[in-house]
Design a protein around this ligand. Structure first.
Ligand code: NAD
Length: 481
């Protein structure tokens, strides 16, 4: 495995941070040093934004949509050919089990492939108007787009937001999460090798306050795509508001899965477990609340206890069910939720098992299954971002909807029932950006628009829909008579 050098990608060249400072990177599976990152600050963000502006005036800005699409397709091929290296690097950097990291690399390639194919298929309209006028609408890039990325799915999030922004002809400045920048740097290198003109994609590693805030508030950034926590999302929206530029906010969630008494439990059970512990529960769309209709409570609980108790936790490269938490601070935060719930009398139904040979310095948390959890309890309301699952009983559709919609989030919801009418009633009434019926996540398809309501954010990424977010509409009226 080659670890990228601690450099920033600015204007097509890898270079040191202006201040020459660095950030240490630890391997969460061992707690040992893995690499260093360049510690970018405002001066580096400024240089990256300037390079992006130059790219818009240079070869990148002059490319046709078809040419842009071809470059993106080549980036996809480059990522595919390095998918194993990317997966190993990601597993070491963020502690994601290897198979899940490989799936992220493949999804990242698929985003570039999808947006490469879509680049020349976005077109405006002609509008019937008064005699003597020809009126058209065109989609144009915003200009320089800022992309602030969290640590939990760096490859997927870079693929979805940078892929769509480049397809529409923007030039990007990316600030990856400080705990997850290594694959971002590798993707930057792959993009250059694929022929992406210099300055079209710039990557500035560093801390949120030091590099993220200068990016969100930079007066020459015309659109900000932020994925992360609600608290930081609010700050980013305020910063962007001062420059009156649009923001896409992809924030957290506390997503419910509703299991009705007529559900196909054999089909549901693997999803009920996986949706809550995938990536050690560090997933915005984690199905972290399971609402169970009372007649099948005992049956579902005993099946989940069996599956949760069998979960193994260990080093990412060993491909356990659950890897470590990304850093010690998050691990302590997750343990805090578990300890407070236990102290408050919540029943722990099952715990997974940290493997005996897992390195003692790694940031491990054994998955915890709680139930019955009060719908108003901290466990059932707050995004824990760890392998903690809360089971909540309900009686009938009304109560299910009230509990499911009872948090301030609204990212994803899952419904398990064989009743066709109920499937649609629930899909209509659940407050979420995506509703999955008799599945959860639909395999994460890049084609499916994604985003939240309420505190889960606004704007949509993924799918064709995202392209419109990375463009602005111009109306052109020509008087010809
Ligand atoms: P975070 O908000 O702490 O950090 C996200 C990014 O913002 C990082 O790059 C960070 O350096 C940067 N940042 C921090 N402070 C900043 C500031 N003041 N100004 C500008 N940038 C700043 O989030 P995290 O802990 O990295 O990620 C976890 C959160 O992300 C969870 O809430 C999760 O639900 C959410 N998330 C949402 C989605 C989605 O698509 N909806 C996807 C993944 C993660």
């Amino acid at each position: 495995m080659t670890v990228p050098a601690p450099k920033l990608l600015i204007g097509g060249a890898f270079q040191d941070a202006a201040g020459g400072e660095r950030i240490p990177v630890l391997d969460p599976s061992t707690g040992e040093p893995l690499a260093e990152l360049a510690r970018g600050r405002a001066a580096d963000i400024d240089a990256a934004v300037k390079a992006a502006k130059q790219a818009l005036d240079g070869p990148w800005g002059r490319m046709t949509a078809t040419e842009r699409g071809r470059v993106l397709t080549k980036i996809a091929e480059g990522i595919l050919s390095r998918a194993t290296d990317l997966a190993i690097l990601e597993a070491r950097d963020v502690g994601k089990p290897h198979a899940q990291a490989k799936a992220d690399a493949l999804a990242c390639a698929r985003y570039f492939e999808f947006y490469g194919g879509a680049a020349d298929k976005v077109h405006g309209d002609t509008i019937p108007y008064q005699a003597g006028y020809q009126v058209m609408t065109w989609y144009e890039p915003h200009g320089v787009t800022g992309h602030i990325v969290p640590w939990n799915y760096p490859m997927q999030i870079i693929g979805r937001s940078v892929g769509a922004a480049l397809a529409m002809g923007n030039a990007c400045v990316v600030k990856p999460g400080e705990d997850a920048s290594l694959t971002a740097l590798m993707i930057g290198k792959i993009a250059l090798e694929a022929g992406l003109p210099e300055g079209a994609l710039n990557i500035v590693t560093g801390y949120g306050e030091e590099a993220g805030a200068p990016l969100a508030s930079h007066p020459d950034v015309a659109h900000v795509s932020f994925t992360g926590s609600v608290l930081v999302g609010q700050k980013v929206q305020e910063m962007a508001a001062r420059n009156v530029v649009p923001v896409t906010l992809e924030l957290g969630g506390k997503s419910p899965q509703l299991v009705f008494a007529d559900a196909d439990l054999e089909a549901a059970l693997p999803f009920l477990v996986r949706a809550s512990v995938q990536n050690a529960g560090q997933t915005c769309s984690a199905g972290s609340r399971i609402l169970i209709e009372r007649p099948i409570w005992d049956e579902v609980v005993s099946a989940l206890v069996e599956r949760f108790s069998a979960l193994t936790v260990g080093p990412a490269l060993d491909d356990p069910d659950v890897g470590p938490i990304v850093n010690a601070r998050q691990r302590d935060r997750v343990k805090g939720f578990i300890a407070r719930a236990e102290a408050g009398g919540a029943a722990v139904l099952a715990r997974g098992r940290v493997l005996d040979d897992a390195p003692s310095g790694g940031f491990y948390v054994a998955p915890a299954l709680f139930g019955p959890v009060d719908a108003d309890a901290e466990l059932a309301r707050d995004e824990i971002f760890g392998p903690v699952l809360s089971l909540i009983p309900f009686e009938g559709e009304e109560e299910a909807v009230r509990i499911a919609n009872g948090t301030e989030y609204g990212l994803v919801a899952g419904v398990w029932t064989r009743d066709g009418g109920r499937q649609l009633r629930m899909a209509k009434r659940l407050r979420a950006g995506q509703v999955f019926v008799n599945n959860y996540g639909a395999g994460g398809g890049v084609e499916l628009p994604f985003g939240g309501v309420g505190k889960s954010g606004h704007g949509r990424e993924k799918g064709f829909e995202a392209l419109y977010g990375f463009a602005q509409l111009k109306t052109v009226a020509v008087k010809y008579e």
